[in-house]
Design a protein around this ligand. Structure first.
Ligand SMILES: Nc1ncnc2c1ncn2[C@@H]1O[C@H](COP(=O)(O)OP(=O)(O)O)[C@@H](O)[C@H]1O
Ligand SMILES: [Mg+2]
Length: 348
């Protein structure tokens, strides 16, 4: 295969196009965009609302559950609530970006005049694979400020001295009534994250923000620590995905719950697992579960989830994790501390 001068996407497409005929499937089996799926579930919350204000939100295909979190965000975004907004933190794939987008789509009309979505990371994982977010990406704090300035028709502010820029943009936002969604801020250096939170704490009253991060940060806003998707919502997601998956269609409720538990209620992992069904050695649900346990590094979504997380770990966390890999059952903190050469508090 001629692989020189190919982008990673072209490279992946080529491989997938070769793989499909080997498995007796049409060439575009893995590469064609998602087929239309029949809506099946009764738990799906309101159909996708139509936003009438200008926005650049990425589209989300399906969304289930998370009603408690949506309510917390709605409260925080209400003009009556005195906070700059919400920080959603949690592991990769747990649904932070989807939740932020769905919450933004659901704001009552008249709350904001515009919604601006910016991400500090280039890739977004969807059930169909990775999607590049080139039009939204802002690699640093100042880029983020500049993008906000440009978006609100104040491009001259991008030339202001760095020390005054945040202040000028805050002034410019005074009449803007904007909702800012700042996604994946764990990709910014800590110092820039602090500058960003400082900026947000000065937002004028009509403006709010939703920020997502994989890292826990204590900020002066509502904080949602996003954990597993509710079981009913996960089952609804599986019902939605089964249209394309004979193996999943045959799976009993017990199998589905098993799958849910095995993936720790992480919707990305759940979608990815379903994507593995019927491929290669994955002929039964048990195969798929075994694969999930084994997968770790060789597989893209897991690397996406865990690889990136590793990058955001501190040295102490990496050491503790390395120490943990020596054990197969529960152990005491002081043993980890001893192995990793850390204090007991650091290991904790
Ligand atoms: N509430 C939900 N209902 C259905 N699918 C979801 C939900 N939350 C997340 N997903 C799916 O899980 C995957 C990961 O979600 P994402 O929002 O990108 O997670 P994160 O931002 O935490 O990494 C996406 O494919 C998304 O469609
Ligand atoms: Mg995300």
């Amino acid at each position: 295969m001629e692989l020189d001068k190919k982008t990673p996407e072209q490279f992946a497409t080529l491989i997938l196009e070769r793989l499909a005929p080997n498995e007796g499937k049409p060439k575009d089996h893995y590469t064609k965009s998602a087929r239309k799926r029949r809506p099946k579930s009764s738990v799906r919350i309101a159909s996708v609302p139509l936003l009438t204000i200008p926005h650049n939100l990425p589209r989300i295909s399906v969304f289930f559950g998370r009603e408690k979190e949506l309510k917390t965000i709605a409260d925080a975004l209400s003009p009556k609530t005195r906070t700059w907004g919400v920080l959603i933190d949690g592991p990769g794939g747990m649904g932070k970006t989807s939740l932020a987008i769905r919450a933004a789509e659901s704001v009552p009309a008249d709350t904001f005049r515009r919604i601006l979505f910016l991400s500090s990371k280039e890739r977004m994982m969807t059930g169909e694979g990775e999607r590049k977010l080139s039009q939204f990406v802002v690699p640093g704090y100042l880029d983020m400020l500049n993008e906000i300035a440009r978006h609100f028709d104040q491009p001259e502010l991008t030339k202001q001295p760095e020390t005054d820029r945040a202040r000028s943009i805050i002034d410019a936002l005074e009449a803007a009534h904007a909702l800012l969604i700042l996604d994946n801020i764990e990709s910014l250096p800590k110092e820039q994250q602090n500058q960003l939170f400082e900026f947000l704490s000065q937002l004028p009253p009509g403006c709010k923000a939703i920020v997502t991060s994989r890292r826990r940060t204590d900020v002066d806003a509502r904080i949602i620590r996003l954990g597993k998707l509710e079981k009913d919502a996960a089952l609804a997601l599986l019902a939605e995905l089964e249209a394309d998956q004979a193996l999943l269609k045959k799976a009993s409720e017990t199998d589905r719950i098993h799958l849910y538990e095995e993936t720790g209620g992480n919707p990305l992992l759940l979608r990815w697992m379903v994507g593995q069904f019927g491929r290669g050695s994955c002929r039964t649900l048990a195969d798929a579960l075994a694969l999930c346990r084994r997968a770790e590094k060789e597989n893209d979504p897991l690397e996406f989830i865990f690889g990136d997380l590793l990058e955001t770990f501190t040295e102490a966390e990496t050491k503790a994790l390395a120490a943990l890999t020596y054990f197969t059952h529960m152990l005491e903190v002081n043993h980890i501390a001893e192995l990793a050469g850390l204090s007991k508090t650091a290991a904790q």
